[in-house]
Design a protein around this ligand. Structure first.
Ligand code: ADP
Length: 166
């Protein structure tokens, strides 16, 4: 078997990382020898947290997992896959609404790099509703998001919003 299929990647914005992300990352890491969590640094997108901040949060959250490597990447994900000998791209899917978008993205990536397989992993039911964009919005309105993100992220979000309010 092609050894690239023992290495997977999970790309995303992780702005900020949620418990849904951590769940899908840990479940993916159990399936492969090595998992790259690839943080997108897309100049056309605006983020609440810089790539370095998202990197340091995820590194800390996942520090006990020896087969997970967290990195930032600013180009096409297929280029990362090629240069790092990644055979599988995992994407988490929540609702059917995610699926349409994910399917098209998978078709595009497959065209760009036919050697890359895409694996869809359904969310765990308890994380079904977790979405970074909704969490940022809720936090900005003062909602308690501590059941949705790791404790470290909840604390950093609190500090960030306090600073922003000044
Ligand atoms: P979002 O901003 O929608 O939370 P990201 O781009 O940061 O998404 O997501 C990175 C990866 O994690 C994607 O494959 C996404 O589908 C997956 N993901 C995000 N939230 C969840 C969740 N609650 N359950 C399962 N997968 C998730």
């Amino acid at each position: 078997m092609n050894s690239n299929f023992r290495t997977a990647m999970l790309p995303g914005s992780f702005d900020p990382p949620t418990l849904g992300h951590v769940d899908i990352i840990e479940r993916s890491a159990r399936l492969y020898d090595r998992l790259y969590v690839v943080i997108a640094d897309n100049v056309h997108k605006s983020y609440l947290f810089t790539p370095e901040e998202r990197l340091s949060m995820l590194k800390e959250i996942l520090r006990e997992h020896e087969n997970i490597e967290v990195v930032t990447h600013s180009g096409l994900v297929v280029d990362f896959a090629k240069t790092h000998k990644v055979g599988v791209m995992v994407r988490g899917v929540r609702a059917l609404a995610d699926f349409g978008y994910e399917f098209e993205l998978a078709m595009t990536n497959k065209q760009l790099y036919p050697g890359l397989e895409v694996l869809f992993l359904p969310t765990s039911p308890k994380y079904f509703l977790l979405r970074s964009s909704a969490i940022k919005e809720m936090a900005a309105f003062g909602a308690d998001i501590s059941s949705m993100v790791p404790p470290l992220v909840a604390e950093i979000m609190k500090q960030r919003l306090k600073r922003g309010a000044k």
